[in-house]
Design a protein around this ligand. Structure first.
Ligand SMILES: N[C@@H](CCC(=O)N[C@@H](CS)C(=O)NCC(=O)O)C(=O)O
Length: 202
């Protein structure tokens, strides 16, 4: 399989962490890809019409995207067990959606200030994206800490990748302030070998 990859993407990182946790990094060849909505560059637009990564090219079927489809596919193919049976599955999927929403809003803030032409940038719009992140982090702090103590799943992995991206790109927003439980968990999670081996510094 070929994985269209960038070390800075929190969505690609989810897939890479799954592969590391499953001991299956040798199952994919990484294809470097980089670009943006304004300049697709080497993004796999022929494989994913949305022009986004990750995308997973398979020998025996159409290319898969987005990250949640790829992680479900690999979890099944590798029997990784990172999506638990229902009813816990619904919690795992909701946490994964919450974490991916944090990453999406953070990537949009990044694009706003580094991709959009300077004359059309909007601080108010970027701040509105941050409000989504802020609410999601507050929800995690108040409702999800017990889940984070449970068996490893894709909700936890997606959250670890989202927080890693906030530290990487939006550190000045100080997301840890008033979230002591999540801050402590994030430090422990970031120490997992699969996290240390992936991401912008992996
Ligand atoms: N919902 C998608 C989001 C993927 C995404 O936004 N990837 C970014 C890189 S972090 C990208 O490819 N951006 C290029 C673009 O938006 O044109 C997923 O989970 O895979």
């Amino acid at each position: 399989m070929k994985l269209y990859h960038s070390a800075t993407s929190p969505f690609v990182r989810k897939v890479m962490v799954l592969l590391h946790e499953a001991g299956a990094t040798d199952r994919v060849t990484l294809i470097p890809a980089a670009g943006s909505p304004l300049d697709p560059g080497t993004l796999p637009v022929e494989r994913n019409p949305l022009g986004k990564i990750p995308a997973l090219e398979r020998a025996d079927g159409p290319t898969l995207y987005d990250s949640r489809v790829i992680t479900r596919y690999l979890d099944t193919a590798l029997e990784a067990g990172l999506y638990p049976p229902a009813p816990r599955l619904w919690d795992t999927l909701t946490l994964e959606a919450t974490a991916d929403g944090i990453s999406e809003a953070a990537v949009l803030i990044r694009y706003e200030f580094h991709v959009r032409p300077e004359a059309s940038r909007s601080v108010a719009w970027a701040d509105a994206q941050w409000q989504k992140i802020d609410r999601a982090l507050t929800a995690v702090e108040s409702q999800w800490i017990a889940h984070l103590s449970g068996p490893l799943d894709l909700g936890q992995i997606a959250l670890g990748c989202a927080l890693g991206y906030l530290d990487f790109r939006l550190d000045d927003r100080n997301w840890r302030t008033s979230r002591p439980a999540l801050a402590a968990r994030s430090i422990a999670f970031a120490d997992r070998p699969a996290m240390l081996a992936t991401g912008p510094n992996g």
